[in-house]
Design a binder for this molecule. Structure first.
Ligand SMILES: [Zn+2]
Length: 65
């Protein structure tokens, strides 16, 4: 179940530069956070899941599990 939740949260990530949802994992950073890369503008960024806001839609899905 946790894996499904992680997937839901991951798919809600958008590029901070161009807003594209087409994000690929780009390996972990030296500090252990997941590094992401936008396949459109090639911007690399780190999304800390602890700071990732959970949308109302996701909360609703979680409550239904
Ligand atoms: Zn981008």
């Amino acid at each position: 179940m946790l894996r499904i939740l992680a997937l839901l949260i991951l798919t809600s990530i958008n590029c901070p530069r161009c807003g594209s949802p087409n994000i690929v994992k780009n390996g972990p950073t030296h500090s252990g956070n997941q590094n992401f890369k936008c396949i459109y503008c090639h911007k690399q960024f780190v999304q800390d899941p602890r700071h990732q806001p959970i949308s109302e839609e996701t909360k609703e899905l979680i409550s239904q599990l």
